[in-house]
Design a protein around this ligand. Structure first.
Ligand code: BDR
Ligand code: CA
Length: 311
């Protein structure tokens, strides 16, 4: 069982990632959920994370509030994609479980120091502010990280928040640079992959047909979330970006990619947060990430549907 910390800014796709993890205790143990500002401001991402835990019947999960703004830039949010609350769609009750007193960054540092070296995997599915802040504050912890499996960036698919950049990296490029230069092993789920994990009508019906509260809520989340992508890109349903990270931890054979060098653009306003991915190996820069390029989408949705039925 892999011990993981999910670092997140829910977001409907973040919510599904959390649900997939909580439904998969044989493969992943969620040590905590750390929240960051991203899709919506921090108070809402912290609220949404707790709503999702309660939806899964897991009030015992520890939820931490982290950084409320990027390291060096103003916060950019994505209400145009996720709605005013960040989790528009289902009508879920306000959460009553507590937010932990410890700051998310301190929880990350303490956990990586307490657990045996090389046993904790970080799963960042929002801007990388919390992770970078922890690495800066406690550089010793980077060598204790087993792996960072993150959603962010793009290569052939280029950008979704600007023509050149993917949202999570664009919101905090300085933080992304800290993480990509940390030396910790990194797996990247870029838009190239997540735009293949589309909730088509048939897949959405399959969620609803599970018949439990979670299945219906996930179908309602994707009903809301897909509007943006259908209108904007003419895509065949909502891309489930963030759950790709958890699916990779459960069934890595569903994914394929290349070990390559990835650098982050932090200077040009035009291309701020672009992931400059050396997919073709045209430089001699050392590889620092496994950059995923493809997913068995049917296998991914079969796994997801089967797991959500367990909740
Ligand atoms: C990423 O940005 C957010 O809107 C999603 O939750 C996902 O993490 C996709 O670019
Ligand atoms: Ca996210």
């Amino acid at each position: 069982v892999r011990k993981i910390i999910i670092d997140t800014d829910p977001g409907q796709d973040d919510a599904v990632a959390i649900l997939l993890a909580l439904a998969s205790p044989d493969e992943v143990e969620v040590l905590g959920i750390t929240c960051v500002a991203g899709n919506v401001p921090l108070d809402l991402t912290t609220r949404n994370a707790r709503m999702v835990c309660e939806l899964a019947g897991r009030r015992d999960i520890k939820v931490y509030a982290g950084c409320d703004r990027p390291l060096d830039r103003d916060l950019v949010t994505a209400e145009h994609v996720h709605g005013k609350t960040g989790l528009d769609g289902p009508d879920l009750p306000e959460p009553t479980m507590p937010v932990e007193d410890t700051h998310a960054v301190d929880f990350i540092i303490e956990t990586l120091r307490q657990e045996s070296a090389g046993t904790v995997t970080l799963v960042p599915i929002g801007p990388l502010t919390n992770i970078a802040t922890a690495f800066r504050k406690a550089p010793d912890i980077t060598r204790n990280v087993r792996e960072i499996v993150l959603m962010g960036g793009a290569y052939f698919e280029v950008g979704n928040i600007t023509p050149a950049a993917e949202f999570n990296i664009h919101v905090d490029p300085q933080a992304a640079e800290v993480v990509f230069r940390s030396g910790a092993p990194i797996v990247v789920m870029p838009l190239d992959v997540t735009h293949k994990a589309l909730v088509t009508r048939v897949r959405n019906d399959a969620f609803r047909a599970i018949g439990n509260r979670v299945g219906v809520a996930v179908a309602e989340m994707t009903d809301f979330f897909e509007r943006y992508d259908r209108e904007k890109y003419g895509s065949d349903g909502a891309p489930l970006h963030d759950p790709c990270t958890i699916a990779y931890l459960i069934r890595p054979e569903l994914f394929s990619g290349r070990k390559i060098n990835v650098e982050i653009e932090t200077r040009s306003e035009l291309t701020m947060g672009m992931t400059v991915a050396d997919w073709w190996g045209v430089t001699d820069r050392a590889p620092n990430a496994l950059f995923i390029g493809d997913v068995d989408a049917d296998g991914f949705f079969d796994l997801l549907t089967e797991r959500l039925a367990r909740l």
